[in-house]
Ligand binder design. Sequence first.
Ligand code: URA
Length: 209
Amino acid sequence: MGTFQVIDHPLIQHKLTIIRQTKTGTKEFREIVNEIAMLMGYEISRNLPLEDVEIETPITKTVQKQLAGKKLAIVPILRAGIGMVDGILSLIPAAKVGHIGMYRDEETLQPVEYLVKLPEDIDQRQIFVVDPMLATGGSAILAIDSLKKRGATNIKFVCLVSAPEGVKALQEAHPDIDIYTAALDDHLNEHGYIVPGLGDAGDRLFGTK
Ligand code: URA
């Protein structure tokens, strides 16, 4: 069974409170989403493998640690996932970025896939799927289905705000993956929005309505 982790560092909680507020405009919202993604990047990269490397300090030769160069991929679910990419890339600049496009059918609330563009060797990469909101879980499940169909085996899901309904659905559909969230909110409302949530993350990131 994958793990479920709420990354509730005080800095993350403080920043999340700012972006939840209606009065926070697009520019600040986008900047803070990036900052939170970077802070989460620190935690989600905690278990990256290290290897020994022999180096010379001004004093002596010594064996120290470096990242083992495991291949990584960040895969945002479009649109809103794009808002989290730069923050994680600032910590892990060598990661490749794939894209999975989903939109939510406003009537059925079901996700529909319209684009999949991934690094060629996606089956060999440690993948971080990113989407700010884990609401019904529909998009996350479909995105991970899509990655597994292409041979991916090592997948983690990273979001800012999650609903218990979405966490349950994702864990049931993909029990092998680790889920990281900055907050576990109360519930979904009848329109599929997370309560209290932060509204429509894509609209707030890109200034659309
Ligand atoms: N997607 C969003 O952007 N916000 C929600 O509350 C739910 C899904």
